[in-house]
Design a protein. Structure first.
Length: 143
């Protein structure tokens, strides 16, 4: 997933490539980006949210393994050349947290976490909120 890039529709799941080894079918998008919605994963993995749901559901699972916390140069996944980076870290190449970072922060820390971000549709009334550990009224005023 790429910080700030949102693949639409946001409620669809993308598995890129569709199999491993790749079948040869075209996949991805022209920008060669993975959505920050956490709705894209490689065929041998799952999304952060899918993995975390299993941890919460089964008492005998104590955590998850994340291949990389940071995006890194090399092993461009799921794309090939000219991409040069993996996209599945929690923190991007510049060291900035991606949206999913706040999901983990809300689960693994005692501090209150509220992360609000736009859906990327361009419509001001489409927002996502993650990491609720507090309750508070919220009013959006765009004028």
């Amino acid at each position: 997933m790429t910080r700030g890039f949102y693949q639409m529709p946001s409620d669809s799941m993308y598995i890129w490539p569709d199999s491993y080894p790749p079948s040869g079918k075209p996949y991805g998008n022209a920008e060669q980006q993975c959505s920050a919605y956490d709705n894209c994963h490689a065929p041998w993995g799952s999304t952060h949210e899918e993995s975390w749901k299993l941890v919460k559901k089964y008492d005998f699972i104590s955590g998850t393994y994340i291949w990389t916390g940071f995006d890194y140069l090399g092993e461009p996944t799921p794309y090939w050349w000219p991409s040069r980076s993996s996209y599945f870290g929690i923190i991007d190449l510049a060291g900035f947290p991606k949206d999913v970072y706040y999901m983990y922060q809300s689960e693994w820390s005692k501090k209150d976490v509220l992360h609000v971000f736009r859906t990327g549709t361009g419509s001001p009334d489409k927002w996502l909120i993650c990491g609720f550990t507090i309750q508070m009224p919220m009013k959006l005023n765009f004028f």
